[in-house]
Design a protein around this ligand. Sequence first.
Ligand code: NAP
Length: 522
Amino acid sequence: MNGTSFIGFTRGSETSDTFTAFDPTTGNAVEPLFHSATLDELETTARLADAARIPYGDLPGKTRAKFLRSIADNIEALGDTLIERATLETSLPNARFIGERARTCGQLRMFADLLDEGSWVEARIDHAIPDRQPLPKPDVRSMYRPLGPVAVFCASNFPLAYSVAGGDTASALAAGCPVIAIAHTAHPGTAELVGSAVAKAVADHNMPEGTFSLIFSKGYELGQALVAHRAIKAVGFTGSRRGGRALMDIAARRDDPIPVYAEMSSVNPTFLLPNAIAKRGDALAAGLHASVTGGVGQFCTKPGLVFLPSKADSGSFLSDLRSHISNTGAAPLLTEGIRKSYETASEGRRPEVEDFTENTAADLTGFAVRPSIFETSAATFLEKPELNDEIFGPTTLLINADSKEELLEIARGLEGQLTASIHGDEEDLVEYADLIAILETKAGRLIFNGFSTGVEVCPSMVHGGPYPATSDSRSTAVGSRAITRFARLVCFQNFPDAALPDELKEANPLGIWRMIDSEFVR
Ligand code: NAP
């Protein structure tokens, strides 16, 4: 590990602008030093990415598929070194990273399979009708083509699956876009290891030099400069609403505004309907506790608002959940900044609600915090819009509602969400059909009788939602549909066959599904 950026095929300089990772269990700095890139080095990465744009984007899908598989193989070849470094920088357990590595490599291979199959480009062909009256019809063909270089901001809470070679990078590289990743300051060593795995694949597959770069950066200057850079054509981001919004605004102010796919803030409203509470309150209390405290509550899909019937109708659910929380020890958050935000937001919420439970005996060392639950009534919740705010970490807000009308009013006022969950039975689904109709307008994924944490990586997954859950509700950050975020439709009119991309050639040499004269055929 040498702590310098990857500027195409070369490494950046050892600048004096340095930072380290921290061990969240102690709060102590962890070696080595990482060196922020210079603005000149950033300029070089952008120039190289721009130069790679056409040669990399024009490679056959099957060639890019081999490259993606090779990145996955190289990440696996890092073995325990990667797992141990990720654990050191985050204090999350090894088992978590064994799973996250499998997800990361699985994602890369899922996109490789998509490229091998090839139909993701949505090729459409409308044949010419030269003798059509009153005007001849031209030959019109279209498909998805790569958007150009993408800036990817690594996520603090997914050091592997949403960082250097995570979902944004995998989908951008799959689409044919060069990537410049910005390492998260919380886990730079993990970033460097994964960066070396990607760089090796670039070299082994003779990819153009600018296909991949990785920037280390303390502070926001380099990231903002990259988003504003003419060579960059799209941005992938996972993090805070403030950070995502800042990058969206920079992108929108450019002379040529570009799309920013930011996944930001979601409180994942969870509705425990009367029949569910009555029939399986104890299992729901255990399930909710696991969902709120898993990964120390640092998942974008953590249930942050939980709606229940009145206290009288909630049976032993509340006492069960309070007891689970009172018996849960403190655990470290990822960074000192995230710890401070958790404590400040929790302090602010306590006087606003009726009840609060935490394990007061739990020891606080390093970046540790105590898991907690807040409780309030629907009437109070409706009066205090700030109770909708996300608190990132192991806490949730329980809201007792006396009537269905209160729930509907609350649902209408919710911001955009990644998920909304409903626990109930068939009878509840009929009784609360209007609630579900409202939730569909608010969230990217509706879940029945399950908790929102745990996002399956599969072609049909939607991990998106209206603002502020994401910056563009038409997209998903997880699953193979994520590829179209980094592609745009291009139409070829009256081109001779030999000059068309293979996907649009008359003989269909790639054997992909296409829509020809309005019918899907292979
Ligand atoms: P963050 O502060 O938004 O940072 C994410 C990345 O963007 C980091 O690389 C950061 O740089 C950079 N960045 C942030 N603001 C920027 C700006 N104005 N201009 C340019 N770059 C900027 O998120 P975080 O560090 O992961 O965690 C902080 C908070 O984000 C959490 O407390 C939580 O509320 C929220 N969060 C939400 C999710 C979610 O999925 N909903 C996930 C993670 C975090 P540095 O590395 O230099 O800080």
